[in-house]
Design a protein around this ligand. Structure first.
Ligand code: ZN
Length: 449
């Protein structure tokens, strides 16, 4: 047995060099080889109400074999032990609303439009690969990426490259082009004589809607992403108004087609008529949901609709307070927090999502946890929204988002108790995906004395 100690996950990290290679070599020679044991004083397993104490997680290949009290059984001679000391271990986190093909563009540097007008597809793909790596570095071992913003089917290729081990990154559920209606997505504001690319596939009528869904599903979409609202502004009374896009008939065609493939539909919807159409058309998840009425909450409960709020992104990049856009920005967050709290109290199914890419990937994705807690989740509920609940949204219950026998060996660790301060999830210090340690990297580990 060789042993790796991550002392409190602080600066002092010691390990036997060549860890990854040893595991691989051993795998070829003995039935117990490839067994890795992760020990932790604290485990938040993704489903239990309370943390569990002094456990070891036994991993064979890319799956968790057993979770049991530390030192309760003799370990196979070939097992590798990773002792995480006083750290808290959790399942790999799941962000169910990301955009790897966006980079939090600075409006002054060309903003969204420059991506579609000036950047080669290869350049965007390379940056998307870096974004995927950032997700993994931050402890997000799974993401649902909700459209490529004009980068075509690039997400299908990134996902494949990750799955084949060509580049590091999280497990991905991808949604390719997305669907909106004419007048329902940028690029906008150019001379009417000029044809500019659009960041979404624009359709009109149920026939085109179904055809777009078929094309996207055929070419690799795991989810279909639909925009049910587009522009938003404040009316004369100061109420938030959002322009609806697809009709109920158009959405129903998409949902019917997508469900026929055994896949699901995520609907961007802020409020008003567009959100109502999203619910009436049978959306599986409402994205953002800035203003949800009591009647709509009742409808979500009845239909089993998921809510992916993405709170934090609406706190970034506000226009000045005395401008129309600035007033709208402030109104949005005021409504959003209320909707979140109401939905939570009512028992609506909620999953963690951030819209990262809408802000830079170098910023902490986990900032969202503090907003969830601010509007009423307990820290444990917030963690479960990004673990077992998010897994349920993805149809992956028991596979990801949980530390339990049979699940994929996707684990993270933080140095202190995230139930005391969810902010520690912004500094994840250990990441394992598919049974392989990604962080700290082998080259960062000093030989054991
Ligand atoms: Zn988004």
């Amino acid at each position: 047995m060789s042993r790796i100690d991550f002392f409190a996950l602080g600066l002092l990290i010691a390990a036997r060099a060549g860890f990854a290679q040893e595991v691989n070599h051993a795998a070829a020679s003995s039935p117990d080889a490839g067994t890795v044991v992760v020990r932790a004083q604290w485990l938040i397993d993704g489903t239990a109400d309370k943390p569990r104490h002094n456990l070891e997680i036994v991993i064979r290949g890319n799956r968790i074999l057993d979770v049991r009290p530390s030192n309760s059984q003799a370990l196979p001679a070939a097992a590798q032990v990773i002792d995480l000391g006083a750290a808290t271990v959790l399942p790999g986190l799941i962000d169910t609303h990301t955009h790897i093909f966006l980079q939090g563009e600075d409006p002054a540097a060309g903003g969204y439009d420059v991506q579609l007008l000036k950047y080669p597809a290869s350049y965007r793909a390379v940056r998307a690969a870096v974004s995927a790596r950032r997700a993994l570095e931050q402890g997000f071992t799974s993401i649902r990426d909700v459209e490529t913003e004009g980068a075509g089917y690039g997400d299908v290729g990134i996902k494949r490259a990750i799955n084949e081990g060509i580049i590091p990154g999280p497990r991905m559920w991808v949604s390719t082009l997305s669907i909106s209606s004419t007048g329902g997505y940028p690029l906008e504001g150019y001379a009417p004589e000029i044809t500019v690319p659009k960041g979404s596939q624009l359709i009109d009528g149920p026939v085109e809607a179904r055809k777009a869904a078929r094309e996207q599903l055929d070419k690799g979409a795991d989810w279909i992403k639909v925009y049910m609202t587009h522009r938003s502004w404040l009316d004369a009374q100061g109420a938030l108004v959002s322009q609806p896009t697809l009709t109920v008939e158009e959405l129903k065609a998409i949902v019917d087609e997508t469900h026929g493939w055994g896949r699901k539909v995520a609907c961007h919807a802020y409020n008003g008529a567009g959100l109502q159409r999203a619910l009436d058309g049978g959306c599986d998840s409402i994205e953002h949901g800035l203003e949800i009425t009591d009647a709509q909450i009742t409808q979500m409960l009845k239909q089993g609709t998921w809510y992916v709020p993405t709170l934090q992104v609406y706190y970034t990049d506000w226009d000045p307070a005395d401008t129309e856009a600035g007033k709208r920005d402030r109104k949005r967050v005021a409504l959003h927090g209320v909707s979140f709290s109401k939905a939570l109290r009512a028992g609506v199914k909620m999953a963690f999502g951030t819209d990262v890419g809408g802000f830079k990937w170098s910023e902490p994705i986990a900032e969202e946890f503090a907003r969830e807690v601010e509007f009423g989740m307990t820290p444990m509920q917030a963690i479960q929204s990004a673990t077992s609940r998010a897994a349920e949204l993805l149809g992956q219950r028991g596979e990801i988002g949980v530390v339990a026998p049979g699940a994929y060996a996707d684990l993270i660790a933080v140095a202190s108790d995230p139930l005391a301060d969810v902010g520690v999830l912004k500094t994840v210090q250990f990441v394992m995906k598919d049974g392989v340690v990604f962080k700290p990297h082998a080259s960062e580990l000093a030989p054991h004395p």
